[in-house]
Structures are given as C-alpha cells and as structure tokens.
Ligand binder design. Structure first.
Ligand code: NAG
Ligand code: NAG
Ligand code: NAG
Length: 320
C-alpha cells in the first residue's frame, strides 16, 4: 500500500471521527479534503489535496483528540488507524487517541480494534543505518477497546516510550497466526509507560499454528494500575475456538522485563505459557513488584515451557 493510501485512510477516518464526535464541548474542526481540491471521480490524482489537508490538520492548534466513531458499523475495516509498509514513522505529541471504550468496538467483526497495527516492510534495508530505531511512538495516550499498540508480523526496531494505555488490551506483540509464512518480530522496546484498567499489560500472543520468531524484546519502567495479566506470554492464544491444537512453532527468546510495578487485578500477575515444541528461551525478570488485592490472596506467577532467570525483587515470587 502506498503512502497515498495511508493518507487517504487516515484522513478519511479523521473526518469521520471529528464528525461523529458526540461531545459538543470539544472544539471541533473538519478538514474536508474536497475543499482542498480532491475530486472523487476515481481518476483525479488527489495526493496533493490530501497532503495539504493533512498538513493543516497537523498544524491546527486545538485539543487534538482523535476519536473513534461511536458507531463502529460506519467503519469499513476493524482497524481504526493503520499504518502499513512505512519506514521511519514517528507518532508523538500532546494529542490523545480516544477509542471511546470497549462498548464502541465490541460489535466489530473481530470484536476488537487494533489501534496501531504496525506492519513494517523492509523496503530499502540498505539505506538504513544499523542499530537505529526505525519507528517510534512516544508521549501518547491511547485508549481503545482493542490493543493499544499491536506489533504484527515483520515488525522490527520499534521504540515505544511514555505511552499511557487504557482502556484497552494492552501493548501486544501478535497475534502471529494468519499466514503460513509469518515474518519474524525483533527489536521492540517499551519504556516508561503506564497501563490503567486494561485487560493485559505487556503481552506476546501467538496461535498454535504459526511459525516465526520473536526476539530482542525489552520492557522497562512500566507502571501497572489495576491491570489483568500485567505480564503475559500466551502461545496457546485462541480467542475464537476451535483452534489448531499443535504446539506453536513460534520461537520466543531474549525478552527482558525490568522494573515493572503496580497492581494486578487478577491473582496470576505473571504468565508464561510457552510452546512445548519451542520453549521460550532467555526470559529475564528484573525487579518485579506486582501486588494483587482481593480474593485468592497475593499475586502468583505461572510458567510452562519457559527458560530464563530472575534477579532483584520478585513479587510475585518468580516461577523461572
Ligand atoms: C500523483 O501525484 C503525486 C505528486 O503530486 C505523484 O508523486 C504520484 O506519482 C502521482 N500518482 C499517479 C498515479 O500519477
Ligand atoms: C465476538 O465475541 C463473542 C463473545 O466473546 C462471540 O460469541 C462472537 O462469536 C464473537 N464474534 C465474532 C464475529 O467473532
Ligand atoms: C525513562 O525514564 C528515565 C527516568 O526518568 C529516564 O532517565 C529515561 O531517559 C526515560 N527513557 C525514555 C525512553 O523515555
């Protein structure tokens, strides 16, 4: 998909969102691409019109809250905002993304909406200097009924920092599943983030059937506030049973969790449910302090088919 398509899609959604915004108190402005010269005749090249509208929307000095439509049926896909095949994209600034809560999205076909399903292709790898972050998401507040950020097949070198996530399903790698040849995910860092009232915190999920690897993942300085499953690797992910019951072929390795603290709304605060076929390797827990208040007593951790080590404070007691 070309950049134009990305612009078209994002801009269309912005228009929809601003028009559908129900809270009249929020200052609204519509950037109508037809006023920038776009013609919907299927022939006109509208690149310039979209670029100008986009540029003005970015410059507009209002409280930039991007709202998902409250009625998801107006959407033509289950993704609210999506960037694909983009290198060096930065998403930052003081605005906020409001998915209008789970209620808006639960009737969508897949029952969720990924806020930023980032699918990155190495279009010109030779031009990229090594060891650089190619994609950065920072200083953003993301609330959706789905994943706050979903890192999909083929993504690498992505840096997330100072993101507030909630409500939503947390920051997820995966699910990796759909195709026979999923691409690897590597080089993903999440730092200085807060999760509030989300159904997951730091999640890696793979279906049983897919084959690829997830490696070089670094989670650091993460505050959990009333989060279900603050730390979870689930290689038996199966939201819509039945699923293929073979062990997952995804190899997960070199994942570090450092300084993760706060409250877990479920008793099992740390879950590593890895593949019998390719057990998780080199999973590190450093300074974990996740408490659970409520029935069932204090927080616990669960491990299956995982190799790794822990250091520093460990609450719940580490199962590694
Ligand atoms: C449309 O216009 C842009 C720049 O104005 C140009 O880069 C692009 O190649 C054009 N697309 C087509 C299909 O002509
Ligand atoms: C959405 O989720 C509900 C309950 O979890 C389930 O019964 C339903 O089949 C799902 N819908 C689709 C289209 O997957
Ligand atoms: C995270 O926070 C620490 C401590 O405040 C700071 O030193 C560090 O630069 C921050 N890193 C990022 C990526 O925001």
């Amino acid at each position: 998909m070309g950049l134009l398509m990305v612009f078209v899609r994002v801009l269309f959604l912005i228009l929809v969102m601003l028009q559908m915004g129900t809270n009249a108190k929020i200052q609204q402005k519509v950037f109508d691409v037809t006023r920038y010269g776009a013609i919907a005749d299927g022939r006109t090249n509208n690149t310039k019109a979209f670029e100008r509208a986009w540029s003005d929307a970015c410059k507009w000095n209002g409280k930039r809250t991007l709202k998902a439509p409250s009625n998801p049926s107006v959407m033509t896909s289950d993704q609210w905002i999506s960037f694909q095949y983009v290198n060096r994209l930065a998403v930052n600034g003081g605005g906020s993304f409001d998915g209008q809560g789970a209620s808006s999205w639960k009737n969508v076909i897949k029952n969720s909406s990924n806020f930023l399903p980032i699918q990155r292709e190495n279009i010109s790898p030779t031009r990229q200097p090594p060891h650089r972050w190619y994609l950065r998401i920072s200083r953003s507040s993301i609330g959706t009924g789905g994943d706050c950020i979903a890192i999909l097949s083929g993504s690498s070198n992505i840096d997330v920092s100072e993101v507030f996530c909630g409500p939503g399903h947390g920051i997820s790698i995966g699910s990796l599943r759909k195709y026979a040849y999923e691409k690897n995910v590597w080089g993903f860092s999440v730092k200085n983030c807060t999760f509030r009232d989300t159904t997951n915190g730091l999640r890696i999920k793979t279906y049983r059937s897919s084959a690829s690897s997830v490696s070089g993942i670094n989670y650091q300085n993460i505050h959990m506030d009333n989060v279900q499953n603050p730390i979870i690797i689930d290689q038996q992910y199966c939201p819509y049973p039945p699923c293929v019951m073979f062990p997952s072929l995804v190899q997960i390795k070199d994942v570090t969790y450092s300084n993760i603290w706060g409250t877990s709304s479920t008793k099992v605060a740390v879950t590593f449910r890895c593949s019998e076929r390719f057990p998780c390797k080199n999973i590190m827990l450093n300074d974990i302090n996740l408490v659970h208040h409520g029935p069932g007593g204090s927080a616990t951790s669960q491990c299956s088919y995982v190799n790794g080590a822990s250091s520093g404070r460990q609450m719940p007691p580490s199962c590694l």
